[in-house]
Every structure is written in structure tokens, then in C-alpha cells.
Design a protein around this ligand. Structure first.
Ligand SMILES: [Mn+2]
Length: 475
């Protein structure tokens, strides 16, 4: 299936990516950068043990960044002195052509990929040896099962090389942005489908199925991550992927966190809705609190903004809303509650993370051993720059597991009205997540599926009105 029309006739800018990596490497360590080469092996097909079937292949992201090539068994070599990029495709296995068809010819590959030269992998040993004999340092990410035979020529694991790769991947170019917008658009349609199909969603699995079906119909074969499909109390588990509980009538809330992938680029979107179209009082109160956390922080997104500050702002808004709802006792001020860290167990994860080829993309420098519980799980710990893509995804959860210690700790429980809190457990949790590009003067939201609670109600009700017969479902 074809991708975004804006990319027709255009090549993934692999050569420019290689140059960008080099410029970051020079900036970091001029001495080791000079006269170096870069080498990365892509993933290859592998068989399951005692079986002639191949495992699914997820292309190596560093390799894809330097090639735009998803063919298993390929490698890339970039000569920084000559600014020459060579893509090595797997040698033709004539035995396999009967089963798999003819592979891409070198000529067709030259049309498709942004490389100076395309060769077969059989030429690789001699090329690496020549570089090696010329005393060229060939940086690579790692020695793995796909490149062990070249180990003697390669310098794996260099920190400056990783730094250069990650800093390059951090800032998305126009081509990557188009891929990500396309992934986001597919995901919008999938979320719309899920919200519209509650008559045929009587188990969390059905939510999962509805999402995957609509992603695949749009040509997205892979998900950026395992979809998280929850109803009722399972919404309180941040990465609930069992997705197999019945959606019984006592469950009012649905949370789905899922994102389709397009050409190795991710989307990552969460939406919540009331299963029967009507928000319960408590569900809507929490939903609106999370929506406010998101809308306020979203407006703060611009180059130079500190993500720590945005994250902590979201905590303050949550505290204000909990005071209004009476979940936190009114005799305490926002500052006191903020300093007490009591909000950490209701909003335990970070406000968002970088997004790119990986769902939790490289370059965020999280500090999981940060002693501050408010910041411990924040996956993006740097100031924003134009060209970054990130998620803005505040959440509020009522997790018996997470809150057990808090409710036993006299220094924490004193802030909480337990009677009021008890009214909210059944919701499980609410998270709202959009994919956002930092622009020169602010931001652009890639995510188009509505998060307005009234609009969501309308979509769910319109689906309900169609009844079970209104949907194509054989089983
Ligand atoms: Mn996310």
C-alpha cells in the first residue's frame, strides 16, 4: 500500500542522515571522527528453533536511519572522507527464489534507496578489509550475530558514535515528519473505529482486534508497541497488555493506548471513553482533570522549554483538581501537597517521551535512579528543540497496588479523604496522549482523533445506535 502522497518519487534521506551523524561526531570528538567510517548491520531472517518458519523481523533502527532499507540481511558502510554511502544487499539465494520470488535487483535498489552505491553482501569483506588496511576506524554500534565475521575490522560500542546517532535521530527532518504524520493518521482512524464499535466490543480483546484490523486495512502491518486495551479497573495498570478481560456492565470506562507504525516510524496515542456513551460523574471529573493537564502543558511546548517544568506543571494541575474534587483535603495548600510528593502515586509516569522510530525514542536521557519520585520515570530530561517529536500524555490512576503504601503511610494518607477517594476506584485510570512536533514557534499536533468528551460521547452513541448488526463481524 502506498504511503503519503507527499513522498511519491522521493527517497528516504539516508545520505543526509549519515552526514548529520558525522557532524555530531566531529562536534563531540574531532580526533576520532576524522577519517572514520560507519558500519551498521541490519536485522536478518532467523528460524525458530526446530522449525523452518522465520521469526518476525523488526529492522534495526540505526541501520534504517542510515539507509531507509527494510530488507533483511543488509548492511551499510559510510566513508566519511569521501562522503560515500554503500548499501549492501543480501546475496541472491537461488534456492530461495522459488519460495520467495526474485529479490530487488541492484538497479531497482539504486532507484529506491538514497545510496551512492549498491552492492551485494559478498563484496563486504574485501571493502572492510581495504578500509582496515588504510587504518580507517570503522565505528559500529555492536558486534552481533549478523556481523561477527567482520569483527576484526570493527570498533563497536563507541559512546561518541552512539551520541552522534542519537542526537541525529532526535531531530526529525521533513521526510521523517511525513512518515510520522502518516502513522498518526492511520492511528486516528483506528481509534475512531474502536470508539465507534462498542456493540461488538464485549471483551478487551475485541478492542484490540478492532484496532489491528483497521491498521492493517490501511497498510500498517506492525504496531509501534503492544496495544494496551483496558476496561474498568484494568485501566489502572499502565502497560496492561493481557487485553483479555470481559467488559461486564459494571465496567464504565475504556482506555486504549495503541499506535500503528508506518515504514519503521511510530505513533503512540491514548484515548478513553465511556463504554455506553454516557460519562459517569467521576469518570468525567477525572477525564477533565487529565485533559486540563494536557491542554495546559501542550500550550507550553516550544523550543527552549524544560520538559521537567512541564511535567511538574501537570502535577500541580492534578493537585489543584484533586483539591476541588475533595480527594485531597482542603486544609492543605497546593505547595504543601506538591512538596509532599503524594501526587506521584496517582500520576506515576512521565508526562511524555520522545517518539520516532522507537516508541520511547533515543536521546531522552531518563534518570530512573532520580531520588525525586515525581521525576523518576520521566523519559525526557532535556529542553525542547524544534524538530523533536514527543508525546504529551498525562494520566491519573486509582491503582490499589500503587496506592497501597500511600494509604498505609500516615505522613501521606493525612492528605487524602479516603471516603471521597473510594468513589473513584472503579474508573481504574484515565490517560490522554497525543503525538506532537516541536516547531520553531510552538508545536504541531499530529494526532487528530478528538479528545473532547462531548465529541467522544457522540461517536460512541452513534456506534451504539447501529447495533451489533451494523458491523461486519463474522464471529
Ligand atoms: Mn506513550
Amino acid at each position: 500500500m502506498s504511503g503519503p502522497p507527499s513522498l511519491v518519487g522521493k527517497k528516504y534521506p539516508a545520505k543526509q542522515h549519515a552526514r548529520t551523524v558525522y557532524s555530531h561526531l566531529v562536534h563531540k570528538n574531532e580526533v576520532s571522527a576524522k577519517g572514520s567510517a560507519f558500519f551498521v548491520s541490519g536485522e536478518d531472517l532467523e528460524l525458530y528453533l526446530y522449525c523452518d518458519q522465520t521469526k518476525p523481523v523488526r529492522q534495526n533502527r540505526y541501520f534504517f536511519y542510515l539507509t531507509g532499507c527494510d530488507i533483511p540481511g543488509s548492511h551499510v558502510l559510510y566513508n566519511t572522507v569521501k562522503d560515500h554511502l554503500t548499501l549492501y544487499l543480501p546475496d541472491i539465494d537461488y534456492e530461495d527464489v522459488m519460495w520467495s520470488g526474485l529479490p530487488l535487483s541492484l538497479e531497482a535498489a539504486a532507484e529506491k534507496f538514497d545510496a551512492d552505491e549498491i552492492k551485494y553482501a559478498s563484496a563486504l569483506h574485501a571493502d572492510l578489509e581495504e578500509f582496515h588496511n588504510d587504518k580507517v576506524t570503522i565505528f559500529t554500534t555492536d558486534i552481533n550475530k549478523f556481523n561477527t565475521k567482520y569483527e576484526g575490522f570493527l570498533q563497536p560500542g563507541n559512546k561518541d558514535f552512539f551520541y552522534a546517532l542519537d542526537e541525529s535521530r532526535l531531530i526529525k527532518d521533513w521526510y521523517e515528519i511525513e512518515l510520522m504524520k502518516h502513522a498518526a493518521k492511520i492511528t486516528d482512524n483506528c481509534h475512531f473505529a474502536v470508539m465507534s464499535a462498542t456493540p461488538i466490543e464485549t471483551n478487551e480483546t475485541h478492542i484490540h482486534a478492532e484496532f489491528l484490523y483497521h491498521a492493517l486495512r490501511q497498510g500498517s502491518k506492525y504496531q509501534s508497541y503492544d496495544p494496551i486495551c483496558c476496561a474498568g479497573e484494568t485501566c489502572s495498570t499502565l502497560h496492561w497488555v493481557k487485553n483479555d478481560e470481559e467488559i461486564t456492565p459494571d465496567k464504565k470506562s475504556v482506555l486504549i493506548d495503541a499506535g500503528a507504525e508506518w515504514s519503521c516510524y511510530a505513533s503512540d496515542v491514548t484515548r478513553c471513553f465511556p463504554i455506553n456513551g454516557d460519562w459517569t460523574k467521576e469518570h468525567l471529573e477525572i477525564y477533565n482533570a487529565v485533559l486540563k493537564m494536557q491542554s495546559v502543558t501542550k500550550e507550553m511546548i516550544k523550543p527552549g522549554a524544560s520538559w521537567d517544568v512541564l511535567h511538574l506543571t501537570a502535577h500541580r494541575i492534578m493537585i489543584e483538581e484533586f483539591l476541588k474534587l475533595g480527594i485531597f483535603k482542603k486544609e492543605y495548600t497546593v505547595d504543601e501537597l506538591f512538596e509532599s510528593k503524594v501526587s506521584a502515586r496517582f500520576f506515576p509516569h512521565g508526562l511524555g517521551h520522545l517518539l520516532g522510530m522507537d516508541t520511547h525514542d533515543v536521546g531522552g536521557y531518563p534518570n530512573y535512579s532520580d531520588p525525586d519520585p515525581l521525576l523518576q520515570y520521566l523519559r525526557l530530561r532535556r529542553d525542547l528543540q524544534a524538530g523533536m517529536v514527543l508525546t504529551d500524555e498525562p494520566g491519573i490512576y486509582f491503582s490499589p497496588f500503587l496506592l497501597e503504601d500511600t494509604l498505609k503511610d500516615p505522613t501521606k494518607v493525612k492528605y487524602i479523604n479516603k471516603d471521597v477517594l473510594d468513589k473513584y476506584w472503579y474508573i481504574g485510570g484515565v490517560r490522554i496522549e497525543d503525538d506532537i512536533l516541536v516547531t520553531e514557534d510552538g508545536y504541531e499536533n499530529f494526532t487528530g482523533i478528538t479528545s473532547d468528551p462531548e465529541e467522544i460521547s457522540k461517536i460512541v452513541r452513534a456506534g451504539l445506535a447501529k447495533g451489533k448488526e451494523g458491523f461486519h463481524n463474522v464471529v
